[in-house]
Ligand binder design. Sequence first.
Ligand code: FE2
Length: 432
Amino acid sequence: MKMSRIRTALLLLFAFTFVQTSGALGQSSAAAATPEPDQIRLTWTGDPATTMTITWRTDATVASGLVQYQEGNSINSNAREMQARAQDFKTDLGTTRLFSATLAGLSPNTRFSYRVGDGKRWSGILSFKTADPDAKTFKFLVFGDSQSPVTGGDPYGEWRETVQNAYKANPDASFFVNVGDLVDFGQIGAHWDAWFAAVKGVIDAIPAMPLPGNHESYGSRDTWKPEFFTAQFVLPRNGPVGLKEQAYSYDFGPVHFVVLDSQAEEQRRYGDILSIQQSWLESDLTTSRKEWKIAFFHRAPYGVKPDRDEKEVRNAFCPILERNRVGLVFTAHDHGIKRTFPIKNGVAVKDPSEGTIYYVTGRSGSKTYDDIEEKELSAFFHAPFDQPNYFVVEGTDTKITVKTVLRDGAVIDTLTLDKPKANTFMGAPVQF
Ligand SMILES: [Fe+2]
């Protein structure tokens, strides 16, 4: 009963805000779909060394989609061609068409040029690089909530500047992760149009491996699955039944990555999604033989909002993550930056190899909370009121460095983990 009243209240709020939101975004953001391909995005659904998944949008008049691709810096008569599958995508703005193709059998560690279209109308020539399967190094970017409540003008401008700055400063990053709440209204088309416009030039050059937050469930309709998210991002389908592309795992270099959906509250009508993921998570982690394991989910078990305690998520996921030696967990939702001490069973442990370090990833969009505070088990805390932030994670099979970076490039925290035994913290002093 209580949950039903909350949902009704939220729906009314969203419906009211939707009217304001649509208007403001319509003035400032991306154009509507046309026969020309746009919103070109890369993801991985297979081996990063030999595959690449390319997805794009047109209006509903375009009948077929093709990818042309070849090694090197140009597309010519030697280009290979692959047919894309088409799917109609219905939003409050009308029906568009999403095309997606997964290129396979690619040469590892190789730059490919590509373009997408229908055979007559083509995108510009873009490029990506396949991973080196023998490389022991890796580098990727992490972004906290990019959601941007509309205040007029250029609502996703903060996100645009953050992601563009991050990629410009780290052109050797192999992919990027958004830790949920990419947009403020996940089932309203204009928000996604603005989000994709902001990330153009990055998401068509390196893959995005995002995950849904609570706001991906919000919109003007009473749907509480992140349907627009899963429609628009083609992701690994190795997650639990009923949560495909909302929870998944993949490998890159010496790291096993696992992505979880922490939105039990929004998806309660579909069952207990936390317990659905528990056995899958345990099995996924015990199967992996990678040197490092890193997890992502949206709600923070060790957050910075005084009025929040994600006990349900903490109890469901943390014991499994800690038992299976997941070294790093990136969470979001609270719009503050926090790095915990290594934690095992709710208490700090001295040696990072014995526990899990949890990050709250701040914000990459415009939304801030003015009541955030350090709270428990904190080794580093920062309130990103003045500017958004991002994270640069890089390493080898024996070392990981996580840099917390403000949009202007200032590094405000650095964590270094060494394997297998010696672990050294740099930056904020470790005190127990
Ligand atoms: Fe959130």
